[in-house]
Design a protein around this ligand. Structure first.
Ligand code: 5GP
Length: 351
């Protein structure tokens, strides 16, 4: 009496450690997982505890994981705070009895602020959901030859230099990969062509476009405006090229749509020992160009941690960049696989 294989797959949006979960009926039967893991949900018969396997695990036995409803309810019960010491702005870590039911702490999930949710396109998030991230239903997706290539989005922590990485990978293969041509209000230089380096527009036009939400991001540089539009991405894809953009992570919300099916790569720099130096004071004046102090390193780490906490659940792949050449080679490899292989995407992107 073999059961039909479950077709329900979810991406976990929180870490789960059964041995620390006092609410589980059986800690030993729990399935530990990390945020980002793909779980195959074998049964959802019990409203509180699902049985699931981790995709890629050689372990064939399913384990217990908190159901979506239970995970959400535990969190919801704690907001407004279940315990006086519990701040509604923190990841909930409390535990105790509530309405006769034991509510475990460590049901840490990453809560989206209301502001974040309003900013999202609404796709993939049920408006009825509480403001918690628990699981996201996913499915395998492979780009078919007639379909437009997926958008590749680079985000980077301090020191990652993602723009340079993007330019380099595109320059190697300009007939397959392309940048979205940005808009600018600065005057065109003699060697530049409209629509190649930039779309040159008036300040008035730029402001109107910004107001109408046409840009995925924009900013000012030396008193001129620069920005990348949604249309610029579309026009690359219309040529059947893979569009690579580098953006501030806040732009992810705008880009996470079925139309673009973004594949998000988080580039984190790693500074090799040979480029480190103890402190800014040890080597006054030249001779140390390109060297990184402990203070710089600390800032870089902090930046990576912050992006990971806030946006890690939207990242498909982390690329550790030690030097530009090897990072570029790795990125090229990822882009090539993206055209050939299947990847997990939210189900709402393909339905
Ligand atoms: P340039 O005017 O020399 O072509 O570009 C100067 C600077 O404008 C770049 O180094 C970059 O900081 C900024 N820039 C260029 N394109 C964009 C864009 O699409 N968005 C934003 N925010 N800045 C850009």
């Amino acid at each position: 009496d073999r059961l039909k294989e479950s077709k329900v797959y979810v991406r976990a949006l929180f870490d789960y450690i059964p041995l620390e979960d006092k609410a589980t009926p059986c800690q030993e039967a729990g399935l530990p997982f990390k945020r980002g893991d793909i779980l195959q949900v074998v049964t959802q018969d019990d409203p509180t505890w699902w049985q699931a396997k981790r995709v890629g695990d050689s372990n064939l036995r399913a384990g217990l994981v908190p159901s979506k409803q239970f995970q959400e309810r535990s969190l919801t019960l704690c907001l407004p705070p279940l315990f006086p010491a519990c701040l509604p702005t923190e990841d909930c870590d409390c535990e105790g009895y509530f309405n006769g039911q034991y509510i475990a702490g460590l049901r840490r999930s990453f809560r989206l602020s209301r502001k974040d949710r309003q900013g999202s396109s609404g796709e993939g998030s049920d408006p009825g959901d509480p403001d918690f991230m628990t699981y996201e239903e996913v499915t395998r997706y492979q780009q078919k030859p007639h379909e437009r290539p997926r958008l590749v989005v680079l985000i980077g922590s301090l020191g990652a230099r993602i723009n340079e990485l993007k330019q380099r990978v595109i320059a190697e293969n300009p007939h397959r990969f392309a940048v979205a041509v940005p808009h600018t209000t600065r005057p065109k230089k003699p060697h530049e062509k409209e629509g190649v380096e930039y779309h040159f527009v008036t300040k008035q036009q730029f402001d109107a476009d910004a107001l109408n939400n046409k840009f995925i991001e924009h900013g000012e540089y030396k008193e001129n405006q620069y920005g990348t539009s949604i249309e610029a991405i579309r026009s690359v894809q219309a040529k059947n090229k893979m569009c690579v953009v580098d953006v501030q992570p806040e732009a992810l919300k705008r880009l996470r749509t079925a139309e673009f099916k973004p594949y998000v790569i988080f580039v984190k720099p790693r500074v090799p020992e040979s480029r480190r130096r103890r402190s800014a004071a040890t080597s006054p004046g030249g001779g140390d160009h390109g060297r990184v102090t402990d203070e710089d390193l600390q800032e870089m780490r902090q930046s990576a941690i912050q992006i990971d906490q806030q946006y890690g659940h939207l990242v498909d792949r982390v690329l550790i960049k030690e030097d530009s050449a090897s990072a570029c080679a790795e990125l090229r490899g990822i882009l090539e696989r993206l055209e050939r292989e299947s990847f997990w995407v939210p189900v709402c992107w393909v339905r």
